[in-house]
Design a binder for this molecule. Structure first.
Ligand SMILES: Nc1ncnc2c1ncn2[C@@H]1O[C@H](COP(=O)(O)OP(=O)(O)OP(=O)(O)O)[C@@H](O)[C@H]1O
Ligand SMILES: [Mg+2]
Length: 470
C-alpha cells in the first residue's frame, strides 16, 4: 500500500502553532513579527517578561523565541520558568555577540537553539520552522501519553498536530468537568483507547480506577459475570462471589472497548446500568448503586449495526451522549511525521538503539502512505524500522509496511529475517482461518487453537480487517 494513490506530498502544517516573540527593541520586534506574518506563522510579539508571562498563561503558545536581555529580567529567567511551568515548550534564544556563552549554557540546560544577532530573517524563519515542526514531538507525546497534569495543555497538539486532534484535546478538557457518558468512534488503530484514557486521567475521577474491558475478547458466556459480577452458587462453577468490572470501577471510569461486540442479551443489562446507575450481580438479590463514568468505543458503524438489529437502539442512544470521533490518519496527514518521529524516539529508547531520526526520503515516503491500520500501523512500521536500521537514520529500505508482508510481488523481494517470515506466515494463516469461518472470531480462534483475545490482538497487529465493514 505504499505509493499507489497519487497523494500530493505535504509539508507538515505548522500554521496553527503559535510562536511568542519576546524582544524589547521595538523596531526589531516589529520586523520579526512582520516576517512571521508573511510566512503565515501565527505569532504574538511582546517586549518584556511580564507580557510574555501573560501570553504563556493563555496556554496557546507552542514555541518561544526570546532576547536574552530584557527590561524586567533576562531570557534565562524566562527559559527557567518555561522549563518548570510549561514543560516541553521549546525556547530559542536571540543573543548579542558577547552573550553567546550564556546562550550555549542555556542550550545545554534544555533550550532548543539560539541565534546570534545580527541574523538574517531567513535564518530566523528557518530556525522557527525547524523547531515548530519538532515541537512536534510535543513533550514526547507527554511522556508516552501518561499525561494527567498541567503538561496537558488542551489544544497544544500532544496527541496530534492536526486541527482535528487539537479539537479533540479541547473536547477532552471540556469533558473533564462533566460525568457524561462518552462514545469514542473511529477506525481501528486511530487512538480510541488513548483518548478514553486521557478523558479519565483528566477528569475529577483521575484518582479513581480506570477499568478497561474488551467486550470482543471476552468469551460470550462469561461477559455477564465479568461485567456485573456474580454471587456464590449463581451458576454451576460459581464457587465464589465475584466482583464485576463495573463494581471495580466504583468512583472511577469503566472503558467498554469494542462495545458493538456485546451480545444482545447483555446489551439489555447494560442499558439498565446506564439508565438507572444500579447493577445486579448474577444471582444477586439486591441492586448495587454505581458511581461510575462510562466510556465506550467502537470501530463499527453503530447506526448500521442498529439497522441490522445487531445493536439495540436504546443502548446506542444511552451511550452516544457525547461522541468523540477520531479521524483516520490518512485524513489528518499533518500528524504523520509528528507521530513517526515520536515513535522512532520511543522505539529507539525502548530497544536501546542509536537511531536518531528519519531520512528525508523516508519522511517523504511516509507522507504518501495511506495507513489502513492508522496510528497502530505507523507505530508498528517504525518499530520494525528501528529494529532493522543499522545507521543513525531510518532509510527507505528499513521501511516495510504491513501490507507488503504477505509477500506479494509488489512487496520487498525477499523477507530475510526469521521474524519477517514468521509474520508473513502468521498473517496468512489468520486470514485464511477467518475466511474459512466467515469472520466469526470465536470459530477462527478455535481453528487456529489460540484464544479469542490472542486472535484479536494479532488481527490488530497485522491490521487484518473484514472487507467491507465500513
Ligand atoms: N495520538 C497518539 N499518540 C501516540 N500514540 C498513539 C496515538 N494514537 C494512537 N497511538 C498508539 O497507537 C496504538 C493504537 O491506539 P489505540 O489502541 O488507542 O487505538 P484504537 O482506536 O483503540 O484501536 P482499535 O480499534 O484497534 O482498538 C497504541 O499503541 C497507541 O499507543
Ligand atoms: Mg482499542
Amino acid at each position: 500500500m505504499q505509493t499507489k494513490a497519487a497523494i500530493p506530498l505535504e509539508i507538515p502544517d505548522v500554521s496553527d502553532l503559535c510562536v511568542l516573540v519576546v524582544e524589547d527593541d521595538e523596531i526589531m520586534r516589529l520586523s520579526l513579527e512582520d516576517r512571521l506574518r508573511l510566512e503565515q506563522i501565527p505569532a504574538r510579539a511582546v517586549g518584556d517578561l511580564a507580557e510574555a508571562h501573560k501570553q504563556l498563561e493563555t496556554g496557546e503558545i507552542d514555541l518561544v523565541i526570546t532576547d536574552i536581555r530584557l527590561p524586567d529580567g533576562s531570557g534565562a529567567d524566562l527559559f527557567e520558568d518555561i522549563y518548570r511551568r510549561y514543560p516541553g515548550t521549546p525556547v530559542i534564544l536571540m543573543t548579542a555577540f558577547g552573550e553567546v556563552s550564556d546562550a550555549v549554557a542555556l542550550v545545554k540546560a534544555g533550550a532548543v537553539d539560539y541565534l546570534t544577532k545580527p541574523f538574517d530573517l531567513d535564518a530566523f524563519v528557518g530556525t522557527i520552522r525547524r523547531n515548530l515542526a519538532r515541537c512536534a514531538d510535543t513533550r514526547l507525546n507527554a511522556e508516552h501519553l501518561g499525561i494527567h497534569d498541567e503538561s496537558f495543555r488542551p489544544g497544544s497538539g500532544v496527541i496530534g498536530k492536526s486541527a482535528a486532534m487539537r479539537r479533540i484535546e479541547r473536547l477532552i478538557a471540556r469533558l473533564s468537568k462533566v460525568d457524561s457518558t462518552v462514545l469514542v468512534t473511529g477506525e481501528s488503530g486511530v487512538g480510541k483507547e488513548v483518548v478514553a484514557t486521557l478523558i479519565h486521567y483528566n477528569s475529577r475521577r483521575a484518582s479513581g480506577p480506570l477499568i478497561k474491558v474488551n467486550c470482543a475478547a471476552l468469551p460470550a458466556n462469561l461477559i455477564e459475570s465479568e461485567l456485573f459480577g456474580h454471587e456464590k452458587g449463581a451458576f454451576t462453577g460459581a464457587a465464589y462471589r465475584r466482583i464485576g468490572r463495573f463494581e471495580q470501577a466504583q468512583s472511577g471510569t469503566i472503558f467498554l472497548d469494542e462495545i458493538a461486540e456485546t451480545p444482545l442479551e447483555v446489551q439489555v443489562k447494560l442499558l439498565r446500568v446506564l439508565q438507572e446507575r444500579v447493577l445486579d450481580r448474577v444471582g444477586g438479590e439486591k441492586s448495587i448503586s454505581l458511581d461510575v463514568r462510562v466510556i465506550a468505543a467502537t470501530q463499527v458503524d453503530l447506526d448500521e449495526a442498529v439497522k441490522q438489529g445487531a445493536f439495540r437502539s436504546d443502548l446506542y442512544w444511552s451511550l452516544n451522549v457525547i461522541n468523540v470521533e477520531i479521524q483516520p490518519l490518512r485524513e489528518r496527514r499533518e500528524d504523520i511525521l509528528y507521530l513517526a518521529r515520536l515513535f522512532v524516539k520511543q522505539h529507539a529508547s525502548a530497544m536501546d538503539r542509536p537511531v536518531i531520526g528519519l531520512s528525508g526520503e523516508v519522511e517523504a515516503k511516509l507522507l504518501t502512505m495511506s495507513f489502513p491500520g492508522n496510528v497502530r500501523e505507523i507505530k508498528n512500521i517504525l518499530e520494525r524500522a528501528v529494529a532493522l536500521c543499522d545507521g543513525p537514520r531510518i532509510m527507505a529500505h528499513d521501511l516495510v509496511s504491513l501490507e507488503q508482508l504477505p509477500g506479494d510481488a509488489s512487496g520487498p523481494e525477499e523477507t530475510t529475517t526469521l521474524k519477517d517470515s514468521i509474520a508473513v506466515a502468521e498473517r496468512q494463516a489468520i486470514q485464511q482461518a477467518l475466511h474459512r469461518n466467515d469472520w466469526v472470531i470465536g470459530k477462527a480462534a478455535a481453528d487456529l487453537d489460540i484464544s479469542r483475545k490472542n486472535l484479536w490482538e494479532k488481527m490488530k497487529r497485522y491490521a487484518i480487517e473484514k472487507e467491507g465493514v465500513r
